[in-house]
Design a protein. Structure first.
Length: 268
């Protein structure tokens, strides 16, 4: 009887935890983009690509130049990530629709299926959406690694775990927490070409936010933009050091993810 009650509760909790760990893989890919996984550049790139990027459908080689351009032009017209933050604030209804699309797999279907078909049908990158270019170049390794994962779980006698505990989180929770990460980092932040303290936001994260939304200290984003080669596990100490300086009060710091979402959905 107890198992009948507990198991249905464990599945959604597991989906949320695993989906957040999938975001963790993307964050470790981000570390690799800055050379943060190993002092050996080749090992750093192998780890960052095959163990972090590929399992979640990304490519380190494509991500690195894109991300470094984001650092160079953060919140400016040339910022390739500006499209993610510029629409905010939106209405609560609009934000709700975005989250529903994520949690129902619509975002995953667009990014991993529709973009893949577009890439296969189109000869030139210039004729495709940017997301389709990335998907087209990363879909084969993504399918290969996921097929290997499915095979391994099948041989272990738990084939269902691939669909319930890997693919389902990847198609639902992972897109949502990726969106919330992007909102928290830059939405409604007043950018400045001359003031690096105004490039990004740091969000204070409680234990439950770290468990279900913000792994690997990703919430310390303002500090990352100030010192982009500081590894993620040193960001809490960097936060304390920066806040202790006379300039520390200029840094954008939110009290939590709920506060950020309230600001990002404040348009009436």
């Amino acid at each position: 009887m107890a198992a009948a009650v507990i198991w249905p509760l464990l599945i959604p909790v597991s989906i949320a935890v695993i989906g957040t760990r999938q975001l963790g893989l993307a964050i470790l890919m981000h570390e690799a983009a800055h050379g943060g996984l190993s002092t050996d550049r080749r090992l750093n790139d192998v780890l960052g690509h095959w163990l972090c990027a590929v399992p979640v459908g990304a490519s380190l080689a494509l991500y690195r130049p894109y991300h470094l351009a984001h650092h160079k032009y953060a919140q400016q017209a040339e910022d390739p990530d500006l499209v993610l933050s510029a629409p905010f604030p939106v209405t609560r209804a609009s934000l709700g629709r975005k989250i529903v699309r994520d949690l129902t797999g619509q975002t995953f279907f667009k990014q991993r299926v529709l973009y893949a078909f577009q890439a296969f049908r189109t000869r030139r990158d210039e004729d495709m959406a940017e997301g389709a270019v990335v998907t087209g170049r990363s879909v084969a390794p993504f399918l290969l690694v996921n097929a290997a994962l499915l095979l391994g779980l099948t041989l272990a006698g738990v084939w269902w775990a691939y669909f319930v505990l890997w693919l389902l989180p990847l198609a639902t929770w992972f897109p949502m927490v990726t969106r919330l990460r992007n909102i928290a980092e830059h939405a409604c932040v007043e950018g400045s070409a001359t003031d690096p303290f105004r490039a990004a936001r740091t969000t204070r994260a409680a234990w439950w936010e770290r468990a279900f939304l913000a792994p690997y200290w990703v919430n310390f984003h303002a500090e990352h933009h100030l010192f982009m080669h500081v590894p993620c596990w040193k960001l809490p100490a960097l936060h304390r050091a920066v806040r202790a300086t006379p300039q520390g009060d200029r840094m954008e710091v939110a009290g939590g993810y709920l506060a950020v979402l309230a600001e990002a959905s404040s348009r009436t």
